[in-house]
Design a protein around this ligand. Sequence first.
Ligand SMILES: O=C(O)CCC(=O)C(=O)O
Ligand SMILES: [Fe+2]
Length: 348
Amino acid sequence: MSTLNSVAQDFHRDGYAVVRDVLREEDFTDVRAEYAELLAARAQQWRAAGALTGGEDLAELPFDQHLVGLTALPGFDPGLLSELDITLPHMPFTSIRPNSKVHTGPAVLALLRHPRVLDVVSTLVGDEISASPNQHVRLKLPAPGGPGKFGARRGETLHAPTMWHQDAMTQIPQSDATTLVTCWIPLMDVDEEHGCLLVVPRRHEREQLLPWPMDADTVADLEANAVPLPVNRGDLVLIHKRTPHGSTVNRADRLRWSFDFRYHPSAEPSDRPWFPSVVAKSVKDPDLATTDAQRWRADWDRARDMFVESGQMVPGRREFAQLVAESLISRWESGDVPALSGSDGAGA
Ligand SMILES: O=C(O)CCC(=O)C(=O)O
Ligand SMILES: [Fe+2]
């Protein structure tokens, strides 16, 4: 493993650090099995609901092959993949539904709290570590022939290219002073063909966030200064919350699978206080750590119920409002107008 001192030095100088050989294949065994089981269960639900038709039952295959097989079926809706994510839908100014799904299993919790991951994180965050609910699984599907189905859609970064952004842009201003470190964990070797991360070094010192929506000059400047980060399974990438980053399409013929977790000192405000955080580690009071995945699951269920019962929308930064409004307006303009439930279509 890279020495922990050099990790902190690299991170503070460049706004990111690649930490080699932190995890081994056996550290991923449980999470692979948990995702295989999750996908088999979701696929059954999708078939029962008519959202998935045709093809054979591939549930015996490893998760990545099963997923690629399902997504290749004609008519597969990639939006379904959000049901495999480890957060509820989080797009600011949208609603959470009674049937919105989140996966929070014991193997994901164990990876989030893996002692070797936390050893690395504690060099930047200290010994009292919370994990933000701003966390994702990324299932970047193969798009070897060109952008195509899995490359063209904006704003769906779970499976498509990830547009340039800083993580601070997705965090409410109330957490602007929080030290929040993104930790990106690949479950496989990921190179440029496979759609690895791209970062722009040494931009984290600039206090001013990038403009949203992003203009062409800003994108051209980021692209001209971008550095690709090819990594191997077992490596971690740490990203400062003001470091611009993104990723391109996956041109390989296999899934690109990673998790990104975000850690902050427990005493500092969460960037999404309406969703549950996890105390990943406490040296002062080790009993504070969240070790029970069922309790974690119950916390997320409560958060969903709160949104559904109150009718509140997901909060977000002011800058997001224009993007969300523009995407709704384009949908309406293209004829995708939601049907009003309860309306029989009659009348004025
Ligand atoms: O995995 C990706 O392509 C993007 C990840 C990302 O934006 C993040 O971890 O903050
Ligand atoms: Fe990000």
